[in-house]
Design a protein around this ligand. Sequence first.
Ligand code: COA
Ligand code: AMP
Length: 631
Amino acid sequence: MSRYEEVYRRSLEDPQGFWGEAAESIAWDARWDKVLDDGDAPFYRWFTGSRLNTCYNCLDRHVEAGLGARTALIHDSPVTGSVASYTYSELLDQVARFASVLQDQGVEAGDRVIVYMPMIPEAAIAMLACARIGAVHSVVFGGFAGHELAKRFDDARPKAIVTASCGIEPGRVVGYKPLYEHAMAESAHAPRTVIVKQRETQPCDLQSGRDIDWDEAMAKAEPTACVSMSATDPLYILYTSGTTGQPKGVVRDNGGHAVALHWTMSNIYGMKPGEVWWTASDVGWVVGHSYIVYAPLLHGNTTVMYEGKPVGTPDAGAFWRVIQQHGVSSLFTAPTAFRAIRQQDPQAALIGDYDLSRFRTLFLAGERCDPDTLFWAQEKLRVPVIDHWWQTETGWAIAANPMGIEPMTVKPGSPTKPVPGWNVRVLDNDAKELERGQIGSIVCKLPLPPGTLPTLWQARDRFYSSYLEDFPGYYKTGDAGYIDKDGYVFVMARTDDVINVAGHRLSTGGIEEVLAGHPDVAECAVMGVHDPLKGQIPVGLVVLAAGVDRPQEDIAGECVKRVREEIGPVAAFKHVAVVSRLPKTRSGKILRATMRQIADGEDVQVPATIDDPVILDEIRESLWRIGLAGR
Ligand code: COA
Ligand code: AMP
């Protein structure tokens, strides 16, 4: 039996022993009554009865162990031309002070705090400060607009928002104030405290009596101690896209999260404490939560936080520069970042300008990794390139090539095999297990390992109906794919309305809701169409209300503007075609898959149930006019 098989088998046969052993790497205030609590199945909890503090495990513990002088965080910001670093002692000091700033505003354990910030160290400091006092942070990605922020206010009902005066995108400065003011005005549950980090690039006005200047508050603050939390208390809520425009508040607990993430750093990523780790993502996504902030710090690594892009800041050599300058051992990013680099520097000539001798492994996730990108990265970097598969809900990888257990042969297009703790199966619509090689719904047998979502925020019924109801005894991933004869998992597509745009997860249903709100739109459909850089992009088809005779281009332009203003630029919604009607089945179901095939220039399988096949010609022509449909 291989080492992987041995570890994998043990994790499933004896989860209590397996995760109980892993939990020895975490510092607890009180030990657990049970490693796995199945008293309320299919709702499972890990480490019930125990107490700990996640921030203590990320920072204080290392300082107390004499590692205070080790670099904890390096902030590398090509958009401001600056690099700053914090030792574990310095980061602890900042976090402990900001925790008391929050306490001074009445934030207590269990209160929610929205963090709406660009990629600056203060974002990580705010997250860890919440963890320190048991407040529940909910980070909102800066590319989301005010309306999306308002939805999160309404659901999380935060006591405070921590934000910054601006974010910096190549070529434009994004002022945050108009965005959060919009959300404050729209939401019935806006926070009453606003803490603002003023940035030199573009400071903003503060509203007296409500807004607090980060620097001024920190100058007066004294460090505060950790609050001991129950392992099952929420650490954070992270909203993610589902089928509708109402995002799902994925909850993460304290205990299982700390145990699982610590375990992944050595077992999946093969990292040793003290080494430099870089995740090029954003703290607004789960990848940023787990692998910019929590996991590397829990494990005593140095984490690089990068405020820039793979290209354009200043060029396609940016990643190689950061790897060399900070002595990065491993990089984790999304395949789209590598597609962007390849597009601008196909021969990777810029790699030759840098010394990458300390660079060991590249990890890719967030979207399907096309074999072309994998081969290119392997050939140019000459290091193992590891595709791994996971989701906001799971918080860490379901399938991966576990570099710290036993590196396995790579099969391009597959994120390799299930990670220990994950019992992955493929089922048909009747919940019957399919044979190897057959495509179906990818599910994971319950209980899920620690660190995965125990529920959705204030929505246990939605948690059950979204993930547990369709396949009793299993967690539904929402992904379709197959497992091959050697046990390799292949993740092919989503089974729902979620699309993946440059590694960002979006709901086509959510975009449709925005388009349907346009007064001239009677009906609409949005689908994810293939894009060579971003993987997928959303494309909208709209049918105008009877009697509307304004120019179609004007209405299409307004639709694009509306999505940008209501969801945000991150939706990358730029393609809309006006059509006379949408293709449907005789029972009235919109044939989105057929339209997507047309847009992608694929052979179209006309469904037998279509009400009127002639409409497909008009759809093809309309998509052609906006640059799609095999053009
Ligand atoms: N705040 C405000 N706006 C933001 C933003 C933020 N934090 N992040 C992105 N945007 C904006 C961009 O400026 C862009 O606006 P534009 O339409 O005016 O050009 C839009 O949102 C789309 O952004 P993005 O998806 O980043 O596309 P891009 O064309 O600017 O860059 C890549 C393409 C591939 C370089 C970029 O997507 C990337 O670096 N991806 C890395 C993958 C990643 O981090 N994935 C996260 C999960 S692992
Ligand atoms: P998110 O919750 O934003 O991390 O998005 C999760 C979704 O991204 C998954 O359900 C998959 O559809 C997709 N995804 C992430 N990683 C991979 C991967 N390595 N291969 C294929 N799809 C992936």
